[in-house]
Design a protein. Structure first.
Length: 261
């Protein structure tokens, strides 16, 4: 195993060849104990999505938004976030049908650069994909990626490729799409599933029709709208989300939808 490393060195030197499979991985196991091993062993042998955050996000005075927790409809657990930008990315991953589990900073990767300096980086998010692969992700703000993040992203990309995973730097989405999903996310919880009403909604919207027409046919809008919004979030109903949602938007049922979560 590598020597003990400092908590977080800057390090932006040229990367050693083949660094992706020679990183140290630090994680907190399900019993709450810190573990260290080589990255390929952790990626292939540890269920990292079940691990707690290896580092938490600090509360920074003067910031408009403090760190918080997002309840994930994907796996029914809380996912940590540090900012509004990061919360949006957690929401997008939670809505992504290819994602089956989410975790916040479950692993910290460390490596030695050519100059001998130890560097450590804990990607903001980890997701397990439906095909079994993992995804490591960092959340970028509205500006350009900093040189520091760019250097670390190159290592994370190599680390992911070495074990057949993916790595992404997540940019903010289109503002209209984000606003629509933020609205639908308010109805993501199973309490809005609707049971028999959800089945009727699938039949009413079997062919595309304006949202309000189908809702009124189903019954009291106060009861029906939450069920329809829940189905739209989970992909059982579909509507164009690249334009603002409104009562006349066309909604249609999705054949072989990914199912209620």
């Amino acid at each position: 195993m590598p020597d003990e490393m400092p908590e977080d060195a800057e390090g932006t030197a040229e990367l050693p060849v083949g660094i992706g499979d020679r990183l140290e991985a630090r994680f907190v196991d399900q019993a709450g104990n810190e573990q260290r091993t080589l990255w390929p062993d952790a990626a292939r042998g540890v269920c990292l999505e079940e691990c707690g955050p290896v580092r938490r996000f600090p509360v920074r005075h003067g910031k408009r938004m403090a760190p918080g927790w997002w309840w994930s409809a994907t796996d029914g657990r809380l996912v940590h976030y540090a900012s509004g930008v990061m919360r949006t990315q957690v929401m997008l991953l939670d809505h992504d049908p290819s994602v089956v589990a989410l975790a916040c900073r479950p692993v910290d990767l460390g490596w030695r650069e050519r100059e001998g300096v130890w560097v450590r980086h804990a990607p903001h998010l980890m997701a397990r994909l439906a095909d079994g692969r993992g995804l490591l992700a960092d959340c970028a703000g509205h500006g350009e990626i900093s040189p520091r993040l760019a250097a670390r992203a190159a290592v994370m990309e190599a680390a992911a490729a070495a074990v057949g995973w993916q790595y992404r730097v997540l940019r903010p989405p289109d503002t209209v799409l984000a606003a629509n999903l933020r609205w639908l996310a308010g109805y993501r919880h199973p309490r809005y599933r609707g049971g028999e009403l959800a089945g009727r909604a699938a039949e009413v919207f079997r062919r595309p029709r304006p949202l309000i027409e189908g809702v009124r046919e189903l019954g009291d809008p106060v009861q029906v709208f939450p069920v329809v919004f829940h189905a739209l979030w989970h992909g059982d109903l579909s509507a164009p989300l690249d334009a603002p949602l409104h009562e006349r938007v066309n909604v249609t049922a999705v054949p072989q939808a990914r199912g209620q979560r």
